[in-house]
Design a protein around this ligand. Structure first.
Ligand SMILES: NC(=O)c1ccc[n+]([C@@H]2O[C@H](COP(=O)([O-])OP(=O)(O)OC[C@H]3O[C@@H](n4cnc5c(N)ncnc54)[C@H](OP(=O)(O)O)[C@@H]3O)[C@@H](O)[C@H]2O)c1
Ligand SMILES: *[C@@H]1O[C@H](CO)[C@@H](O)[C@H](O)[C@H]1NC(C)=O
Ligand SMILES: *[C@@H]1O[C@H](CO)[C@@H](O)[C@H](O)[C@H]1NC(C)=O
Length: 327
């Protein structure tokens, strides 16, 4: 018996099993992929919060397909850098930046006015930007920051762009929510929606993501027969800059945050994988008329009952319309 030979065969086998397991694991967590080859030449898309993270990769993917892509971001210099990068990697020079701060109703109105004056069409609106800010802060209009940005901001933006979307129909609205809506399993806190009495970062984020879903449910009903669809997405867990404010709030952040980031990296998707479901909802031909559906891993996914509550959706809509000054 040649002992060293057996040992090296054993090492080889163990290493092989290791590689296959890691590959299988990465494939398993990669989730669904958008296989559609649909092109977007001559079409215009807007993606909010697209200077980094999932939004940036969604923008890159849609730019690759030939669309004119408007990066709607609050920090113009960061967004210009992202636009340069996307133009370079896609050879599509129709990637432009337009300033939008979703925590300001004035900024949203200003943005929508520029778009409706300057653009002939709008084929896809991706409501992607998201905030998970802690501790509790307020927007300049007095909304709690997380729901103010994630829900109220996108509510007003979408409504102001509806005429252009309808004019360009068939067109699509994709709103990025999250399975974190489950953290608000007792529903929207209608008696204190801005969480003045009782704020936790988890609830605030969960409530805002539930609001994204209820908004889409009601919106899709109102859009019946217009050729405009509205769907909502859970991208998966992805290591992005979304936890940037956690340093202010997490106990022992200098240990817990690197640990959390390691877990998000190890157990989570890549940003490109995280963008797949948004891209799918924006381009996939077979769902051209599908509306009011929650997508996860590029497939329709059932929502918990409280997230399908039609009365809550209607109540949130009316409250939001009043809060942002829409008649
Ligand atoms: N990462 C995850 O695991 C995960 C899971 C489920 C759902 N999501 C959702 O996915 C979406 C994208 O998140 P991400 O993970 O890519 O996070 P990210 O890397 O933090 O990107 C968020 C984007 O939103 C922008 N933004 C924040 N506040 C804004 C405001 N007031 N006005 C305009 N833009 C604003 C940010 O701009 P700045 O760079 O200027 O701050 C950034 O571009 C969010 O809706 C999030 O809730 C993420
Ligand atoms: C915008 O981004 C740039 C580059 O990352 C940064 O230096 C600057 O402070 C940011 N501006 C604001 C207002 O946050
Ligand atoms: C405060 O929020 C927490 C978490 O959402 C909840 O469990 C608790 O019942 C709330 N307390 C009050 C007084 O509303």
């Amino acid at each position: 018996m040649d002992f060293t030979r057996i040992k090296s065969i054993r090492t080889f086998i163990i290493a092989g099993i290791g590689c296959v397991s890691i590959y299988a694991w990465r494939r398993f967590i990669a989730g669904g992929r958008c296989y559609s080859q649909a092109r977007l030449d001559g079409k215009t898309v807007i993606i909010t919060g697209s200077n980094t993270g999932i939004g940036k990769e969604t923008a890159r993917e849609l730019a690759k397909r030939g669309a004119k892509v408007i990066l709607a971001c609050r920090n113009v210099s960061k967004a210009q850098a992202a636009a340069d990068d996307i133009r370079r990697s896609t050879s599509n020079d129709k990637v432009v930046v337009c300033q939008l701060d979703l925590s300001s109703l004035a900024s949203i109105r200003n943005f929508a006015e520029r778009v409706t004056n300057e653009e002939e069409r709008l084929d896809v609106l991706v409501n992607n930007a998201g905030s998970s800010q802690t501790p509790r802060t307020e927007t300049i209009d007095g909304f709690e920051m997380i729901i103010g940005t994630n829900h109220f901001g996108h509510f007003l933006l979408t409504n102001l762009l509806l005429d252009l979307l309808k004019k360009s129909s068939p067109s699509r609205i994709v709103t990025v929510s999250s399975d974190a809506y489950l953290w608000a399993n007792r529903g929207i806190r209608f008696d204190d929606i801005h969480l003045k009495q009782n704020f936790t970062g988890f609830f605030a984020y969960g409530q805002s993501k539930l609001a994204n879903i209820l908004f889409t449910n009601e919106l899709s009903k109102r859009l019946k027969g217009t050729g405009v669809t509205a769907n909502v997405v859970h991208p998966g867990a992805i290591l992005t800059e979304l936890d940037r404010y956690a340093y202010n709030s997490m106990p022992l952040a200098f240990v817990t945050l690197p640990l959390l980031r390691f877990c998000m990296w190890f157990f989570g998707k890549t940003v490109v994988q995280g963008a797949q479901t948004s891209v799918y909802c924006a381009v996939e031909e077979s769902i051209a008329t599908t509306s009011g559906v929650y997508f996860k891993d590029c497939a329709p996914t059932k929502l918990k009952d409280f997230a399908q509550d039609e009365k809550a959706a209607k109540r949130l809509w009316d409250l939001s319309a009043q809060a942002v000054g829409l008649q």
